[in-house]
Design a protein around this ligand. Structure first.
Ligand SMILES: Nc1ncnc2c1ncn2[C@@H]1O[C@H](COP(=O)(O)OP(=O)(O)OP(=O)(O)O)[C@@H](O)[C@H]1O
Length: 736
């Protein structure tokens, strides 16, 4: 039995597989048959007649929408093979089912004939054969031909090992070339002697990267799988070095949760939060490739876009505005307009007048103030509470008022006047505008919370005239969001994935936290990559701000992106930027090409240009990363040399494989070959050295195959050291 069959593609076999076929041909036959079955499933869905099913026009429209969605989900994507793995099990793997009904049968009964796929040992036909793929496919009788990777029964594909085979005798991985099934590789879990590193897995990890991020569904690793399948009710925080698959894990987790808790999450919604729109464009195709078309993606700025952002804060002002203490200031400010009534409320009903004395009104308002209730909800409760007092008096006088009387009293002009006076409406944006413009008001609300210096830092030098004309900053928008939530509760989604979380301010964590207050979150980040002045120092505190103090924190340390030599070089910065973190290991076989090139002052751009040209001679994407201030000059150099380039977030093509990336946008992205321009300028582009070195760490860890660092100025001290800075330090300085 061949373990690896790299034979060239042959035309797909017919759906039924004669016994004379080779194992690879049989697998191709199963692929062809599965495709036919998928087409039939799609045709069946398209042919459904809804005219008699829906009771009215609206329901028919909804059903039609659902069906159109289902048809889209059943598309056979040319670039995504229908299945990528196979399990042969003596007994079907029993995995405790999560507490919801999956979208499709998780534990299929074995087909009466255990083929269509071949069994590895023909004399042992009793094995159950499961093909694992991106979606469930069944034959016309309803028997599964491909099992969704998210079904519990598929889990052993990711988790079974020789130590713990989980009933699996054989795991087979398939290799595809240009959409054709061209190879497979077997792992016998019951054979303790067999030791093999998966070539297909390695090939997938090493493959050149072009275009947007792809899914990793065929090669999810056991520690990643445990995170992907973690229970929906718990929040998970993943600390991971660059390239350890945090983003990949987060996206696959959404797909898994949607499959396992489809109804619940379809109702409540899911959201992926990323650092900027170019990052979101980079990852936007992963979930649709996994069949999930309805997951919203946004930046934190988009979530809190109550006002247009037109200004940038100083680091000091942004730091204070992002501090969790601002929540206390706002809470006070929202309630600052509440006045204890000093006059009685007299309600006229027919010939009678009912009087609620001032001390009783005061008690009601005082009680509402003490309650942990939204300001708006308390404002709605106030007239009802006053009406209740009136009703008690009516009953004492022998009347028999009902709920309708209470509602009518609550709407009485005298009651409304008390509410207006004692509990005025609050407009969140106007409130924040007043806080930032009116020194006296701010001083009252921030007394004992912010120092006078901090108050001065947040006050606008020129008070704004109105909400529309104010020059709001990103941090101001978060304050307005907090004020909104103090007035009326922000609706919670079912699950939120928060990527690059380390850069959020405490107030931003709170903004995200209220969007999953009754749901759960997956928090992904790397403390060493925090580049904001308020970057997260520790996960416990951040999770508390998010409202999930009980979340479990896990660490990923196996790097899938960055070659060994490159990650070792970048990790030299760790003692200065995050001494508590462990260095990542690289699972990549290839050591990577790595070089540091020194050039004379005035010749740096020419050196960079040469490095870009060399990189473009190779396969895959090329990223030229530089400090913001250097980008215009480099763009000019590339243009003058006729080297086509795009900005991050713009899709590359065969003709344009070069992206010119400002260092501030490099986070989360990756390129096959990275040319890094002047590290010293990248460090100097940030307000302080630690942030600068962290920014540099992010930039140094974007490379998949090769990194060339070009500099004319001095290198950061931690990166000099043993070897001369202008020496090629790669094992194979092939780009030099
Ligand atoms: N199990 C895996 N199999 C194959 N490739 C993987 C696997 N896990 C991660 N990768 C790949 O490694 C690269 C890095 O993954 P990802 O971007 O998710 O890492 P990250 O931890 O979010 O990195 P960063 O900290 O830089 O944002 C991606 O190309 C991803 O597809």
């Amino acid at each position: 039995m061949p373990a690896y069959d790299p034979s060239p593609p042959t035309p797909p076999a017919p759906p039924t597989a004669p016994a004379t076929l080779t194992p690879l041909e049989r697998e191709r036959a199963h692929l062809a048959a599965s495709r036919t079955a998928l087409r039939a499933m799609r045709a069946e869905t398209e042919a459904l007649d809804l005219s008699d099913v829906a009771p009215n026009w609206v329901s028919a429209q909804v059903l039609r929408g659902d069906l159109a969605q289902r048809v889209r989900e059943l598309a056979d994507l040319a670039h995504a093979p229908l299945f990528f793995g196979r399990l042969d099990c003596a007994v079907l793997p029993r995995v405790p089912a999560p507490n919801a009904t999956p979208a499709s049968s998780p534990n299929p009964e074995p087909a009466s004939d255990p083929t269509p796929g071949p069994t590895p040992d023909e004399e042992r036909p009793a094995l159950h054969t499961l093909y694992i793929g991106r979606r469930h496919v069944h034959d016309p009788e309803g028997d599964p031909m491909v099992i969704d990777w998210r079904a519990p029964v598929s889990q052993p594909f990711y988790q079974a090992s020789k130590k713990d085979p989980r009933g699996v005798e054989l795991r087979r991985r398939f290799g595809y070339t240009a959409g054709e099934l061209t190879a497979y590789e077997d792992e016998r879990l019951t054979d303790p002697g067999e030791q093999r590193v998966s070539t297909l897995l390695q090939r997938e990890i090493e493959r050149p990267r072009v275009g947007p991020m792809r899914d990793i569904v065929a090669t999810i690793q056991p520690e990643q799988d445990s995170l992907v399948r973690a229970d929906v009710d718990g929040t998970v925080c993943v600390q991971g070095a660059p390239g350890t698959g945090k983003t990949a894990v987060g996206l696959h987790r959404v797909a898994y949760l949607l499959y396992t808790h489809r109804e619940r999450l379809a109702r409540s919604g899911t959201l992926v939060i990323g650092p900027n729109s170019s990052f979101l464009r980079y990852i936007e195709q992963v979930l649709p490739a996994l069949g999930e078309l309805d997951v919203r993606q946004a930046t934190v700025e988009e979530l809190v876009a109550h006002v247009p952002v037109r200004a940038t804060d100083s680091a000091l002002a942004a730091g204070v505005k992002g501090d969790a203490r601002m929540a206390r200031v706002l809470r006070r400010a929202v309630r600052a307009g509440v006045r204890l009534p000093t006059e009685p409320c007299v309600v006229q009903r027919g010939a009678r007048r009912w009087r609620v004395p001032a001390y009783e009104l005061e008690e009601i308002v005082g009680e509402l103030l003490e309650r942990d209730q939204r300001y708006g909800a308390a404002r709605e409760a106030l007239p009802q509470r006053i009406a209740h007092s009136v009703l008690v008096r009516m009953e004492q006088a022998g009347e028999a008022p009902d709920d309708r009387t209470q509602d009518a009293v609550a709407r009485n002009p005298a009651v409304r006047a008390v509410v207006k006076e004692s509990w005025p409406t609050v407009d969140p944006a106007k409130l924040v505008l007043r806080l930032l413009s009116d020194a006296e008001f701010l001083a009252e609300q921030a007394e004992g919370v912010l120092t006078p210096e901090e108050q001065r830092a947040v006050l606008w030098s020129k008070p704004a005239r109105g909400v529309r004309s104010a020059r709001w900053s990103a941090a101001d928008a978060v304050l307005i969001d907090e004020a909104h939530d103090l007035v009326s509760r922000t609706p919670s989604l079912g699950h939120v994935v928060l990527d690059e979380a380390q850069d959020l301010s405490p107030m931003q964590y709170r903004a995200v936290g209220r969007r999953c207050s009754t749901g759960s979150a997956t928090v992904l980040g790397d403390l060493a990559q925090g580049t904001t002045p308020w970057a997260t120092a520790g996960w416990r505190e951040a999770l508390a701000q998010l409202g999930k103090p009980e979340a479990r924190v896990e660490e990923l340390t196996q790097g899938f992106r960055v070659p060994r030599e490159v990650i070792a070089y970048a990790s030299r910065l760790l003692p200065a930027i995050a001494p508590e973190l462990t260095e990542a290991t690289s699972v990549r076989d290839s050591p990577g090409d790595f070089a540091v090139r020194h050039s004379a002052a005035g010749e740096l751009s020419a050196t960079v240009l040469a490095a870009c040209r060399e990189a473009l001679e190779r396969e895959g994407s090329v990223g030229l990363i530089a400090a913001e201030a250097r980008v215009p000059e480099l763009a000019g150099t590339l243009d003058a040399a006729g080297l086509a380039h795009v900005a991050p977030g713009v899709e590359t093509s065969e003709e344009t494989r070069l992206t010119l990336v400002p260092a501030t946008l490099a986070k989360g992205l990756e390129y096959d070959h990275v040319v890094l321009d002047e590290p010293g300028a990248i460090v100097a582009g940030e307000p302080d050295e630690r942030t600068g070195l962290r920014r540099l760490y992010v930039c140094l860890t974007r490379a998949v195959s090769g990194l060339v660092v070009c500099h004319a100025g001095p290198m950061p001290e931690l990166l000099t050291g043993v070897r001369p800075a202008d020496e090629a330090v790669g094992r194979q300085p092939a780009m030099d």
